[in-house]
Design a protein around this ligand. Sequence first.
Ligand SMILES: [Zn+2]
Length: 172
Amino acid sequence: MTAITTNRAEFLFAGKAEFTLQSKESLAHFTYKLTASKDGQMFFVALLGQDGKQYAGCIPADKRTEFRTTRRSLIRRDHRAIVALEWFLKHLDSPQVEVHHCGRCGRCGRKLTNPESITRGIGPECAGKATSTARAAVAPVQGSEPPPNYQTEADAESRAAWDAHDRLHGAA
Ligand SMILES: [Zn+2]
């Protein structure tokens, strides 16, 4: 476990970020994975724990302070891990919370080896890409609903993993 000491947002929204949040005060900690949908419009949130990986909800790419549950969410909204995450999304730079990654690049999942990459949670090749991809993803959906073809363009891999896209869309 290594603490992220530089740009936390860059790491968290890199696409495959796996991390643990720990409160410095209570020492309570929870582990999450934020996976970007292929179209870049959503981040799926899973809670990682002793029971394995549980789908919790999603974060819209254009409203990154908002965690949303969907009908497929397996974690209750008032679960401490969700309350903690919601608070953290609005206070990314809070010194009250430590962000630890598991030694893998938040974007591609490869093992991080150089010290600079370790402090940012993103490898040297991915460092520039993460930001530009995020910007590109946000641009077409600002302040609007997902486009009609949202469902068909949904990331097949994420769908299989979470099966959340169509439910979310249906609920909209
Ligand atoms: Zn990488």
